[in-house]
Design a binder for this molecule. Structure first.
Ligand code: FES
Length: 118
């Protein structure tokens, strides 16, 4: 049987997001999460994202925001390709299609010195 995906808890301090295989794993002030790494907008690596004040995972490219419990995009991107700024209709369109294409979600739990993905 394969070893479960894991990361030392010491490498995942509060508010940090890290890459573990195909997953973006984060620490929302002691509550761990794991979601698939590719943003539903233009495939940015969400393990390079950040955790916003509301606990959402924020994409590093155009700041789409995800609920990490459901994988749902709760706010669409602010821009596309190299453009960063307001795109009201486009933002809503991406958010709409992302409701169908949610991020995958895994449970991430503290086990001893590690955070383990189930
Ligand atoms: S690639 Fe994530 S918001 Fe654009």
């Amino acid at each position: 049987m394969d070893e479960p995906d894991r990361i030392p808890a010491a490498d995942l301090p509060p508010r940090a997001v890290r890459r573990v295989g195909d997953w973006a794993v984060g620490n929302r002030d002691g509550e761990y999460f794991a979601v698939s790494r590719r943003c539903r907008h233009q495939l940015a690596d969400l393990s390079e994202g950040s955790i916003g004040p509301d606990g959402c995972l924020v994409c590093p490219w155009h700041q789409a925001r995800y609920d990490v419990r459901t994988g749902r995009m709760v706010e669409g991107p602010r821009g596309f390709l190299g453009y960063h700024g307001r795109t009201p209709g486009y933002t809503q369109l991406v958010r709409a299609y992302s409701q169908v294409l949610r991020l995958r979600v895994r449970r991430a739990l503290r086990r001893g010195d590690d955070v383990v993905l189930e």
